[in-house]
Write a protein that binds this ligand. Structure first.
Ligand SMILES: N[C@@H]1[C@@H](O)[C@H](O)[C@@H](COP(=O)(O)O)O[C@@H]1O
Length: 264
């Protein structure tokens, strides 16, 4: 487990981008796990800068998104289909035909069948090389809310009231926020070969502390990441604000160019 603390979200995003680019450079036709939300946006911007500089290409990289709302039109601007297209596929120059997002459309049976098929597709592709994650203020990753099992797979889930409230900022009112989603499970996420989590801002500080210092249990789904052997937490100072002196002492605050600090 590596913990990187940087002054600003954009610096944390640049470190995370470097980590991802170096992982994928080792893979011909690699597979990236894509996350939505405000947390990964500086990371996608930093990756796009690396693409423009010719340091990395995602043209033949396959992608699997973490999650999608149930019952939302994929063309809705706040669907995760739209957000992944906008925030990841376009700026990274990915081939949209190589990127999949779980389906939240159709009948309950169709959504559930598509979730099973999505899980199988990730396995059949050989698994994710590097998974990008944000974190919810309640410690969720993907849409695996507190109480999710460590070995859960892609499935339909109920959103916690606090998640619905947090995500209402993207919808006209809280009543318009979908109450269910399809999410890769914790087991799916933990099967990625490398994981890079980004967290910014004081509203994530408690979740980051619980994830890194609390018990490893379902009350904080992100705490299960500590059982994975290749995880990097890229934090800005505000998200790291509640970490103990011991945790901070283990963290890397090095200059961005010092890639040796992030090597395995
Ligand atoms: N399902 C997503 C998560 O993948 C994301 O990490 C989290 C935090 O979002 P943000 O980064 O915008 O705070 O909430 C959403 O509900």
């Amino acid at each position: 487990m590596k913990i990187v603390i940087q002054h600003s979200p954009s610096d944390a995003g640049r470190v995370a981008a470097r980590q991802i680019a170096s992982t994928l450079r080792l893979q011909q036709n690699g597979i990236i796990g894509l996350a939505t939300g405000s947390s990964p946006q500086p990371l996608y911007e930093a990756l796009a800068a690396l693409v423009r500089a010719g340091e990395v290409s995602f043209a033949s990289t396959r992608g699997f998104a973490l999650d999608e709302y149930v019952g939302i039109d994929p063309d809705h601007p706040e669907s995760y289909h739209s957000i992944i297209a906008r925030d990841a596929i376009a700026p990274l120059g990915m081939d949209p035909r190589l990127v999949r997002v779980p389906s939240g459309s159709g009948s309950v049976e169709e959504v559930d069948e598509a979730a099973v098929e999505y899980e199988a597709a990730i396995r059949e592709a050989g698994g994710v090389d590097v998974q990008i994650l944000g974190i919810g203020a309640n410690g969720h990753i993907g849409f695996n809310e507190p109480g999710s099992a460590a070995d859960s797979v892609t499935r339909r889930v109920d959103l916690a009231p606090e998640t619905i409230a947090a995500n209402s900022r993207f919808f006209p009112s809280v009543a318009d926020v979908p109450t269910q989603a399809v999410s890769q499970g914790l087991g799916t996420i933990l099967s990625a070969r490398a994981i890079v989590l980004v967290a910014n801002g004081s509203e994530k500080a408690q979740a980051v502390r619980d994830a890194l210092e609390g018990p490893i249990e379902a009350s904080c789904p992100a705490s299960f990441l500590r059982e994975h052997d290749d995880v990097t937490f890229c934090l800005d100072e505000q998200a790291a604000a509640l970490l103990s002196a011991e945790t901070r002492a283990r963290s890397v605050t090095t200059a961005l160019d010092d890639s040796t600090a992030l090597s395995h």
